[in-house]
Ligand binder design. Structure first.
Ligand SMILES: NC(=O)C1=CN([C@@H]2O[C@H](COP(=O)(O)OP(=O)(O)OC[C@H]3O[C@@H](n4cnc5c(N)ncnc54)[C@H](O)[C@@H]3O)[C@@H](O)[C@H]2O)C=CC1
Ligand SMILES: O=C(O)C(=O)Cc1ccc(O)cc1
Length: 319
């Protein structure tokens, strides 16, 4: 039997992502023990009841003591302050990571607080749902999804490799890139789609000629998909847009120009322009489906998917 990859994993925040990591790491025997923090009495009680951590505490500082893997699973806007809070107790040699949907702001806000001898390897599992909290998580969440690592220049490659092994064992495909490139890619593939969903659902809600009950009653297909995304956590997404301001504004500029072109085509009755675009976008969707990234509803629980056999033999430090 292989030894766990890490002795003690501390999860700061145990919502959708933190609880999914806990469940999957447990199922795979990747960590010897799990300490989780939750701020409210209710969440601590619920996490204890779910049995997804060995210990649930209210202090981030106490949680990281003796941990060789610490993962911040909290909104992006909280990461800097929490890094400052836990820094004095981070163990030498530990890996400090996160799961934030934005990366340059995390490097900027967390980086300065990381003590010498602690390896800071930011990460973003590109997997999730519109749900929040410890009950929303599931062990299969990361299977066949990407996890992007954005190690700052000078990071120990051994630490990056070890975290990559961890995410692979959770079922993810791991890729490494700069934080800035990550933020640009995610601005168009994830952040802008969420902004559009929030906008369209808000617009429908404010219509005067069409009642809210009609919107709900006739929300087949397209609109219904937007309502799922627009139900995503307000705190998390407020932080994403504030933290990835520049990349989102850049993509929004291009998007607005393209929307203006379509508006003009509709006004002028220019069917060719519409048809050409819709043909191109259909091919893009079919390309995504053919490479297996076609799960329309990520909250499906994926009962048919199993955690992968462990990718390669691994040993905890010093074993
Ligand atoms: N929801 C999603 O689909 C995805 C989210 N992410 C990222 O994961 C992170 C966490 O998101 P979720 O798990 O969805 O959120 P969540 O709302 O389910 O869980 C976050 C937890 O962090 C706790 N928390 C907040 N501030 C804290 C603090 N200062 N100290 C300790 N705990 C604190 C909250 O009480 C909550 O229980 C975010 O940075 C988000 O950008 C990444 C991929 C997908
Ligand atoms: O629920 C959805 O459709 C998502 O897009 C989930 C998601 C949300 C945020 C991320 O950073 C990554 C994935």
């Amino acid at each position: 039997m292989t030894a766990p990859l890490f002795n003690r994993m501390a999860l700061i925040g145990v919502g959708l992502i933190g609880s999914s990591i806990a469940r999957a790491a447990r199922a795979q025997g990747l960590v010897r023990s799990i300490v989780a923090t939750a701020r409210s009495v209710e969440t601590r009680a619920r996490v204890a009841e779910l049995g997804i951590a060995d210990r649930v505490v209210d202090s981030n500082l106490a949680a990281v003591e003796g941990a060789d893997l610490v993962i911040l699973c909290i909104p992006v806007g909280q990461c800097g302050a929490v890094a400052e809070e836990i820094a004095p107790r981070l163990a030498p040699g530990a890996i400090l990571s996160d799961v934030g949907s934005v990366k340059a702001a995390i490097v900027r806000d967390v980086g300065p607080h990381v003590p010498a001898g602690v390896h800071f390897v930011p990460a973003h599992p590109v997997a999730g749902t519109e749900n929040s909290g410890p009950d929303a998580g599931f062990a299969e969440l990361f299977i066949n999804r990407w996890c992007i690592l954005t190690p700052p220049e000078g990071t120990d490659p051994g630490a990056t490799d070890k975290l990559a092994t961890f995410w692979s064992a959770l079922g993810a495909n791991v890729e490494t890139m700069t934080p800035e490139h990550h933020d640009l890619v995610l601005a168009i593939t994830s952040h802008l789609p969420h902004l559009i969903a929030y906008t369209i659902v808000g617009t429908a809600d404010e219509l005067e000629q069409v009642t809210r009950s009609e919107v709900l009653k006739f929300s087949a297909g397209g609109f219904r998909d937007f309502t799922r995304i627009a139900a995503s956590d307000p705190t998390m997404w407020r932080d994403v847009f504030l933290a990835n301001k520049d990349a989102v504004l850049e993509m929004l500029g291009t998007f607005s120009e393209d929307l203006a072109t379509l508006t003009r085509a509709i006004r002028r009755g220019d069917g060719d322009t519409l048809f050409e675009l819709f043909t191109r976008t259909r091919a893009i969707r079919r390309g995504i489906v053919s490479i297996g990234q076609d799960s329309d509803t990520p909250d499906f629980g994926r009962p048919h998917e199993k955690l992968p056999p462990l990718p390669r033999p691994y040993m905890a430090d010093g074993e």
